[in-house]
Design a binder for this molecule. Sequence first.
Ligand code: FAD
Length: 503
Amino acid sequence: MSSPPSGCFTTLANFFTPSSSSAEISTSPPPVSNITTKAPLPSPPPSTSSSFPPDLKPPVESFPLTKSSKILIVGGGGTMGSSTALHLARRGYSDITILDVFPIPSTQAAGYDLNKIAGGGENTGMRGKLLGKIMDGWRNDPVFSPYYHEVGRITGAHSSPEKIAALREVYERGHRDGWGTSSEWLSSPEEIIAKFPQLDKADLKNWQGLYSPDSGWVEAKDTIASIGRELARLGVKSSFGPSGTFKAPILDSTGKRCIGIETEDGTKWEADRVVLACGAWTPTLIDLKGQCVSKCWVIGHLQLTEEEQKKYKGCPVIYHDEFGFFFEPREDSGIMKLCNEMPGFTRVLDHQTPFGAPPGGVSLSVPRSHAVHPTDTIPEGTVDDIKRLIDTLIPEFSGRELIDQKMCWCTDTADAEWLFTEDPRWKGLFLATGDSGHSFHTIPYVGSEIADMLEGKLSPEKRKAWGWRPGAGDPNHTGRGGPPPLDLSEVDGWVGEDPEEQV
Ligand code: FAD
């Protein structure tokens, strides 16, 4: 088992902000395999907090946000956290610190991946309205543009007239509403193959498709690393390992304002604003009252030969909600990433004690980090799913070993909208989570919305969509189609060499 690095950037267990020991951001974190420190696994924090002495801090109202406010971004090595730090730094905030279990790009982040789909092609919910700004970042911002590959995307449907009609409706809506005017309808397998000639051996019987030329894929972990370099250039501070691992918020004497956080090593970080952007781990750290349920999805890879790599170079991303999706091979390694499509798996454990949980704790789906358990693979059924994807679309790779299998964790809200809000229980603590499995593509821009939240600038429409909303729905079923997710305890074949950590 490998463990989180032990305080890559050591901080003094100082009562106040350990600014003297904060460090510049590492832009070349050690690979997981090099992390040998046997620090204990990050565990859910107890429902207790440390307090600064009474009257040390004035009441919340006299804490206006200024450009020199001390801002802590917890989970700053991941997708939303790094984007938030970038946007705040670009707005001129001068005292930003990112904290994370792992150095940026955090190897346990959902964003730590070879590729993610990005670009046009669909436009749902509040996120959809941000498409123009997101794409401006991918195309024109030097921090992001080197990592965007606009190879196009084909979304397929075939199994029923209803499925095809639903996809056709997306195509028509895109043209009608102006966000998908470049998309084309592919009404036959031949038209699909004309866009993606490498599918000439695929079983595309009854397939029709939506082709979105303004879409493609992004080099995911490389993008977060690029943000990390920019944060270092902009003077953002960081601490990773136990000194960056959230344990509990620190509240003032009223118990109603968050004035910092305590990390696993006992460091107490003072802050004027705390942003909690811990992705699938967020509900295990703070009791979110059931607003988010964390689930994992699976990833497998194929190693292609040089010749195969050349053959698939520049092919579009192909997605089908009954088969899954895959990407062109990476130029640096010849590795092709493939995913199935499914409702995700939970890992529900009882008696969990996120901060603010009632006595006795709560049952929660708790992520199991692949960075901490690198020998975990993926459930048997999902291997079969990915094999079916290969057999159907790229049969020349049938039977080839599926390498680097891993599970990747996100957290769903009931309506797939973000949870971007100041926690109504503790002033100064801001939640930036609820990615709902669709948020990597927003990384060039999402931090701007989170910065707006801190500055109190979110529109009423956004505050409503992304606000605190316990009881508004059941995130176990989510806005996704299909059945509710299975629990990992119900499926076999994925546990690695850490049996004591089994579900
Ligand atoms: P993360 O990126 O996971 O970041 C959370 C951070 O919090 C991590 O760095 C973690 O180390 C840190 N953290 C955790 N606990 C603590 C703690 N106690 N203290 C400090 N830090 C902590 N999206 C797309 O747009 N396109 C796609 O094609 C796509 N494909 C996907 C495929 C799969 C298989 C999966 C699983 C997801 C996919 N997504 C995709 C979704 C996307 O990856 C997520 O929506 C997004 O990355 C989530 O960002 P986040 O910042 O909320 O979480």
